[in-house]
Design a binder for this molecule. Structure first.
Ligand code: GUN
Length: 294
């Protein structure tokens, strides 16, 4: 029987580290790091995510601003809001909660964020740096997965990693971060022929497809590490991942549970990116608490 990786516990440890960094930052510069979160519309899941982000900031001694815009806001007005935050010398991180309503182009919005404040790590400059192996803001969910593997002292070097899903938020950056750790990486997706062939040969399987209980015991080889990035609700409204956790635990060495696995790590890495952004901006001389554009 495999073990569950306790994402809550690992996240708590890292949050303590972030809190200490924030305290040192506040003592040294008499300012706090500040994250601005923009929510367009009031989709219940997105609202709950941004509220959790704001709450997490408070818990680690970080300032946050929540900007809620009407679902009908024009793309131009949203871009103006982003530009204000780009220019605001106090704000270190800007996050626009995705998905956005259909009439707004997500790419245009993401490209408008100052790359130095792009704590999501979605701006092409930051994605490009990540691909080059240059230190930058890594997307929070894949970065959180890497931190979880580090926490169980799992060395990816030379391992066969299968990533299922190729989104810009998880799959693609996940593959790159594993490659950076010298893993041999295969990215599978909805058009992959014989998925089980790949998963059976994998030391690590990272599933991010958004389909409840998608990966099952028969697709996993003994000793594998299975990371479940999915957050779905089943017919009874209960949270379930993309992995059939209890059955996969019979063969795998490790599985991340849902809830309590990757989920808590994502927000934690957002806090991590925000304190780093603040530190970099102070050193660059671009953060101050005098110029407040409101
Ligand atoms: N929607 C789902 N995950 C994310 C994320 O990591 N960042 C943003 N901005 N939106 C999301």
């Amino acid at each position: 029987m495999g073990k569950k990786i306790d994402g809550k516990q690992i996240a708590l440890q890292i949050r303590k580290e972030v809190q200490q960094k924030n305290e040192a930052f506040a003592a040294k510069y008499e300012m706090q790091p500040c994250l601005a979160v923009i929510l367009v519309g009031n989709h219940p899941a997105s609202l709950s995510y941004v509220q959790s982000k704001v709450k997490a900031c408070k818990e680690v001694g970080m300032e946050s601003r929540l900007i809620q815009l009407d679902a009908e806001v024009s793309e131009a007005d949203l871009l103006k809001e982003i530009e204000k935050l780009n220019q605001d010398a106090y704000v270190d991180g800007i996050l626009v909660q995705l998905p956005l309503p259909q009439h707004i182009h997500e790419d245009t919005v993401v490209y408008a964020i100052d790359p130095n404040k792009d704590v999501d790590g979605f701006h092409p400059i930051n994605i490009g740096k990540m691909m080059l192996g240059v230190d930058t803001f890594y997307p929070c969910t894949p970065h959180g997965v890497i931190k979880m593997l580090e926490a169980i002292s799992y060395d990816l070097c030379g391992k066969n990693v299968v990533v299922i899903g190729r989104s810009m938020i998880v799959g693609k950056p996940m593959a790159q971060l594993c490659l950076e750790q010298n893993a041999t990486v295969t990215v599978c997706h909805s058009k992959t022929k014989d998925l089980t062939f790949y998963t059976k040969h994998a030391d690590v399987i990272i599933v991010a497809v958004g389909k409840p209980l998608f990966l099952t015991e028969d697709q996993v080889s003994p000793g594998a590490v299975v990371i479940d990035v999915g957050i779905n609700r089943n017919a009874k409204g209960k949270l379930v991942g993309d992995v059939d956790t209890e059955s996969v635990l019979k063969v795998a060495d490790y599985v991340t549970p849902v809830p309590g696995g990757v989920g808590p790590m994502t927000i934690t890495m957002l806090l991590w990116n925000t304190i780093i952004a603040a530190e970099r901006r102070v050193l660059a001389g671009t953060k101050n608490n005098h110029c407040f554009l409101g």
